[in-house]
Ligand binder design. Structure first.
Ligand code: C2E
Ligand code: MG
Ligand code: MG
Length: 713
């Protein structure tokens, strides 16, 4: 028979299990009984006939029937029947043998499967990594061995209309090969759920024989069905010369069903394992970067301490924090912030050794655990990390650069707790941050006291705010054309009982963290409005000045901000037209809608707005068009480089030009030298502020400053 469908071509035949009419043992015994009854009946009939013949011989045989012919006929009949009976008996015997063989084969396969299942159960019990792959392999190995096959494969349902090869041995469909339902022998078996025996020489689908490999002349494919659901198809290909029989087909078919239940169990087990793994993974990892979280790091520290060989090896923990990360989040949004954190995680991973751990604690705080290290190595690693981080991070259509601070804690004692090491690294990080940007600090016992000190400082600041013990200094903003006072910027100061006069820089961040800054802002605003109102009405009545007050984003976010502002200005007696509120770019970028409406409300009171520290954020010049700012203050970073750096000079010039077009004033901050002053004047910058022109002054100092004769001229 030539078969040219189901993906095989050649001479041979394909038979389904149902096509075989194979009797079982009981039927064979029945047939044997029938045979013996027939034999006995025939013998009895022969004996009877012989009796009759003998009786007749005494009487008379007709002439046409001689007695010799009768004897010969009877003997022939008996011989023929005996031959028939013997042949039938032999056939029945061979059927019995085949059936016994089939039972042995089935028992063998079943035993192997049972072994596989026992293995699976044992695996579950002792939490061995016994996975689906192993079960599939065992099933395939058993099938190949017991059916003396040269190759075999298991295909599992991949989608509703496709099978995928999940295990394969010998030269047959490779792992991963896909077969559409109804296509090829396996596809047909899957579609019909009927086992199939193939005999003959075929060009097998997916079978790419190599010259030295013989093609199988026979193959069996059986469906694997569990609880009425088709799990997959089990295929075996006979060794050359071996022809599979219907018994092999039946045995493998039975095995297929049992294998299906083993696979289903293994799959269930696998799914449970995956779920368990995922939930434990989630509990131990940071979802954004995939790095270990604090809990997992604690575990690793404990293990690192236990593994360490004292006294020469130390466990080192580095705590890292980006110096200006908040600005990215504030100015470019959280999406951009997340991108930076992911890139940062990758960079950190790349800059440590394979055995070291990088973890994220949340925000922009990361930790690196170096096992079996030393102080020298730890400091070198910290500097290497800082260097790697200095390279720009590509972000949408721009690049951002960061510096980071690193705190290092080293631990020699086995008894130290992970919490203690983490606390120390955190304290060292704070110390590094206090030293400025991009610094590394190694933990020392004395730092604990400074951390405690910080707590004391916060408490002192709270008291100072409550008792209105903070002071306001004023730094003049001068008109660079005639050096006359154009405005006064209010800068908060703190006369600390032990630390002396503290500039805003040294406590404003603390005030912001502890939520005290809005209170401070309001105090500064009220005092400044009052002072400048008095000056404008008195000493400066000929040439009134603007009052510049700094405002933190949190102050603006306060829902009562506009009402309070209107009230405070009104109460101070200052004409709102002389008040300028300084905000930073981060304010504008936060909640754009809310902030824009707040800023419009400020303007509707007649108060002006200044954009402070311009150039340090990431917002583009285009924002200057959409926000109603009246003054732009160029950050001192640009003023600093103006005489030497063409880029800085170009930026100043661009802002000056933009100011002319968009009608805002431009103030240069941080003028420290005559040279800078001259460059700014040359670039057309109208206003300036800086130590070269005037320091921040107390009220008394301000009075003296305003009385200076050169100012009057
Ligand atoms: P800012 O608003 O940019 O203020 C200018 C800062 O630069 C002041 O520091 C001032 O002393 C300093 N400065 C002025 N001229 C020069 C110079 O020529 N060279 C250098 N290197 N620095 C100069 P200060 O008072 O420590 O204030 C730091 C920052 O703290 C301020 O920056 C402002 O953002 C904030 N701040 C100050 N007072 C307040 C306040 O009342 N409320 C709020 N929210 N923030 C304030
Ligand atoms: Mg300012
Ligand atoms: Mg500034």
């Amino acid at each position: 028979m030539t078969v040219s469908h189901f993906g095989v071509q050649g001479r041979g035949d394909i038979t389904g299990l149902t096509s075989f009419d194979t009797p079982d043992l009981e039927t064979i015994e029945g047939r044997r009984l029938q045979l013996w009854i027939m034999t006995l009946a025939l013998l009895a009939a022969t004996v009877l006939l012989l009796g009759l013949v003998l009786f007749w011989s005494e009487v008379n045989f007709p002439v046409w029937l001689p007695p010799a012919a009768v004897y010969l006929g009877l003997v022939t009949l008996v011989i023929l029947f005996c031959v028939y009976a013997i042949e039938k008996e032999l056939e029945l015997r061979s059927l019995t043998v085949e059936l016994m063989e089939e039972r042995v084969l089935t028992a063998g396969l079943t035993n192997s499967l049972r072994e596989a299942q026992v293995l699976l159960e044992a695996g579950k019990a002792i939490n061995l990594r016994l996975d689906l792959d192993q079960v599939l392999e065992t099933i395939l190995e058993c099938s190949i061995e017991l059916l003396d096959a040269q190759s075999g494969s298991i295909m599992m349902m991949h989608s509703e209309d496709e099978l995928r090869t999940v295990a394969s041995a010998g030269h047959t469909a490779a792992r991963g090969a896909r077969v559409p339902l109804h296509d090829g022998i396996a596809g047909r078996v899957a579609a019909s759920r009927e086992p199939v025996l193939v005999r003959g020489t075929f060009d097998w689908m997916h079978y790419k024989p190599q010259p030295e490999i013989h093609r199988p002349s026979s193959a069996i494919s059986v469906p694997m069905i569990y609880r009425d659901e088709l799990i997959g198809v089990l295929n075996v290909n006979a060794k050359p010369g071996r022809e599979y029989t219907k018994h092999d087909l039946r045995a493998l078919s039975l095995f297929g069903d049992q294998a299906a239940s083993a696979v289903a169990n293994a799959e269930k087990f696998e799914t449970q394992k995956v779920i368990a793994y995922h939930s434990s993974y989630q509990a131990m990892h940071d979802p954004l970067t995939g790095l270990p979280n604090r809990t997992l790091l604690q575990d690793r520290i404990t293990n690192a301490l236990a593994r360490r060989r004292p006294p020469e090896q130390e466990v080192v923990l580095l705590f890292l924090d980006l110096d200006d990360f908040k600005r990215v989040n504030d100015s470019l949004g959280h999406g951009a912030g997340d991108q930076v954190l992911i890139a940062l995680a990758e960079r950190l991973r790349a800059s440590v050794r394979a055995g070291d751990s990088v973890a994220r604690f949340g925000g922009d705080e990361f930790a690196v655990l170096l096992e079996a290290s030393s102080t020298v190595e730890a400091i070198a690693a910290a500097h290497r990390i800082l260097r790697d981080l200095e390279l720009p991070f590509p972000l949408e259509d721009r690049e951002v650069r960061f510096s980071a601070s690193i705190g290092i804690a080293l631990e020699r004692s086995r008894d130290a707790s992970p919490d203690e090491i983490m606390r120390n690294a955190f304290t060292a990080l704070h110390a590094a941050k206090e030293r400025g940007k991009g610094q590394v600090a190694v933990f020392e016992e004395s730092m604990h006291s400074s951390a405690l000190h910080r707590l004391d400082l916060e408490q002192d600041l709270r008291l100072a705010v409550e008792n209105e013990a903070l002071d306001v200094f004023f730094q003049p903003v001068l008109d660079l054309a005639d050096l006359s006072v154009h405005a006064l910027e209010a800068l908060v100061r703190w006369h600390h009982p032990e630390r002396g006069l503290m500039p805003a820089m040294s406590f404003v961040p603390l005030a912001e963290e502890s939520g005290l800054l809005p209170l401070i802002d309001r105090m500064v605003l009220r005092r400044t409005c009052k002072t400048v109102a008095e000056l404008n009405a008195g000493a400066l009545s000929q040439k009134p000045v603007f009052a510049h007050v700094n405002l933190s984003p949190n102050s603006l976010k306060d829902p009562n901000f506009i009402t309070n502002l209107a009230w405070d200005v009104e109460e101070s007696g200052l004409d709102p037209d002389w008040l300028v509120l300084e905000i930073t770019e981060s304010v504008i970028m936060q909640d754009i809608e809310q902030m824009a409406s707040r800023l419009r409300a400020v303007k509707s009171l007649g108060v002006h707005l200044a954009l402070d520290d311009f150039g340090t954020g990431y917002s583009s010049l285009s924002y200057l068009r959409s926000f109603p700012v009246d003054v732009v203050k160029i950050d001192r970073m640009f003023v600093d480089g103006i005489a030497k750096d063409k880029g800085a000079a170009a930026l100043v010039q661009a802002i000056v030009r933009l100011g002319l077009g968009l009608a805002f004033e431009v103030v240069a901050e941080g003028i420290e030298t005559q040279e800078q002053l001259e460059s700014l004047v040359e670039l057309g910058c109208r206003y300036g502020q800086g130590f070269y022109l005037a320091n921040p002054l107390s009220e008394e100092e301000l009075t003296t400053f305003l009385d200076r004769p050169e100012l009057a001229s």
